[in-house]
Ligand binder design. Sequence first.
Ligand SMILES: Cc1cc2nc3c(=O)[nH]c(=O)nc-3n(C[C@H](O)[C@H](O)[C@H](O)COP(=O)(O)OP(=O)(O)OC[C@H]3O[C@@H](n4cnc5c(N)ncnc54)[C@H](O)[C@@H]3O)c2cc1C
Length: 372
Amino acid sequence: MKVVVIGSGIVGASTAYHLARKGIEVVVVDKAHQGQASAAGAGIVCPWITSVEDPDWFSIARNGALYYPQLISALQNDREENLGYSVVGAMAVSKNDEELDAIESRILERKDEIPEVGEVTRLTASEAKQLFPPLSKDLKAVHITGGARVDGRSLRDAMQRAASKHGVTRYSGEAKLVVVEQKVTGVEIDGEVIVADKVIVTAGAWSKELLAPFGVEIPIEPQRGQIIHFQLPNVDTSEWPVILPQNSYYMLAFDDSRVVVGATRENGTGFDYRFTAVGVKDVIEAALELAPDLAESTLHEMRIGFRPMGPDILPLLGTIPDLEGLIISTGLGASGITMGPYVGVLAGEIALENEIEIDLTPYHPLRATQKV
Ligand SMILES: Cc1cc2nc3c(=O)[nH]c(=O)nc-3n(C[C@H](O)[C@H](O)[C@H](O)COP(=O)(O)OP(=O)(O)OC[C@H]3O[C@@H](n4cnc5c(N)ncnc54)[C@H](O)[C@@H]3O)c2cc1C
């Protein structure tokens, strides 16, 4: 069997790596668009402190988080280093005790079902600040030991390198589908055709335009995220936990004295790759409100990514009736670093026509446009 994977963000890289480890012949085509979501993603892997109540979201996000240790160990066996993954814990923060009470009870209620959440502890503002020194002195916390973070770029690159070690071939450029009598028979890149038994679309926010010429309408839109990296020279930030306040912003740290604060969630921008005055202002304001001591940090880097947003918060994953040989795997929205590696594995298994361990019905790619 030969499989082409279109796109090499976190989903495509995982799909290719997984299939190649199973001995499947894999070709990856990636255009490396500006704004690839996986290159901009903050990297929080912590689905347990969430107010999202959709059980189908929670189940796939949780499986995503649980898959990480397995993936990291496979990559280490393939002699990959610097994966940027660490279980550093996470803190839901607030000034308001009642808000924290509600979060704590929500986690404790299902702790038996989700032991991976780890220890759950209430922290005073000064205890929270000890764990994340620039944090505002007014923020108290619910701390869980199971929260993790990963550097999306490092992980993507490691999966790509490891996939090559297992024989994956890679093309740079834009792939178009080759369709013969309602069957996808391969892809075309700059006039060259690559024939395949199965084609997996992991093209993120660009997936819609790839399928539109064949009358397949998947409801995927780019959501722009502007995100800022601060640096605290000579400060060891490697073990600082992920910070989750009660709004859409967040903060986390990496090994190289870097603190990342994100992000805007802008719908309707299309693929407009620009930092805007208001976007940058909003993120800096959120950063300084959460952590006033970042005021003198270095503005190290700003990134833009286009989250692939579907009709709801669930991925679009599976085959579609009108185009045989095609698997769609996108729409991971704001949770794609968490779910992406696991969803990549599922996409590969679907291509191999193996039994899938979860019920795919809620994730059907055409659920919003057709009865499924
Ligand atoms: C600012 C920001 C912060 C985020 N933070 C988090 C977080 O903390 N935790 C979390 O879980 N998630 C987070 N996310 C979400 C996560 O980053 C995305 O859901 C995930 O990276 C999507 O991965 P993907 O592989 O589907 O798409 P992408 O990473 O966008 O990759 C798609 C790839 O397909 C290629 N492509 C497209 N069309 C073609 C074509 N025709 N031919 C060839 N190649 C093509 C593109 O060039 C691109 O390389 C964040 C996202 C953003 C933007």
